[in-house]
Each structure stands twice: as structure tokens, then as C-alpha cells.
Design a protein. Sequence first.
Length: 130
Amino acid sequence: MEPGALLRIIMILTGIFLLFITLSSLAKRRMTEPFVLTWGLISVIIVLAGILLRPTEWNRYISGTGMLLVGLIGFCVIFGTYFISARVSDLMRKNMELAMQLSLMKQESDEMKAELKMLAERLDEKEAEV
């Protein structure tokens, strides 16, 4: 098998794997929709690059070992950015939950203040009667 064909197959499989991982992250609620959409687009671009690009003489310019190193670096970059986007997405979700909880607590606090004010007024009225 030619090295160019092997590179194309690796790119196509990487794009498909990335797409499945991204969709499963959406299903498991690990990532928010904007991140999933971005990663889905990146995976489709990788698949299209594997289909459309034809690296015929790349082995003249870079050795097999060099290509392996470039592939490993590319994998590390993709994994690192995916990991960071998953963490940012998780933090965004937690921030939204905290904002909702804070809003509910403020509402309860306002209700309790109003009730306390009403009870204080009743107590003042009873003290005035006595």
C-alpha cells in the first residue's frame, strides 16, 4: 500500500472517529451545542481532506518516521483542544446552573423579606393595641 493512500485512510478514519466521539459527547451532555457543532465541522473537514487530497510525493520531503512524529503531534493537538473544549463546556454548564440557583435563592430571599416585614408590621400593630 502506498504511503499516500495510507495517510488518506488515516485521515478519513480520524475524522469519522472524531465525529462519533463528538456526537456521543453531546448525547452524554459533556459538551454544549456550539462546541459539538464546531467539532462536527472540523471532523467533516478532516474526512473531506482525506477524500479529496492526494499526497503522492510527500515521502520525498518527509520520511516515514517524520510523518509518524507529525501524526503524533497532530493527535496530541486534537486531543488537547478537545479536552479543553470539553472542560470549558462543563464549566459553562455549571456556571449556568449556579446562575439559576442564585436567581432562585434571591427570589426566596425577597419572599422571606416581604414576609418578615409583614410579620414585623403585625407585631407593631399588636404592641400598639396593648
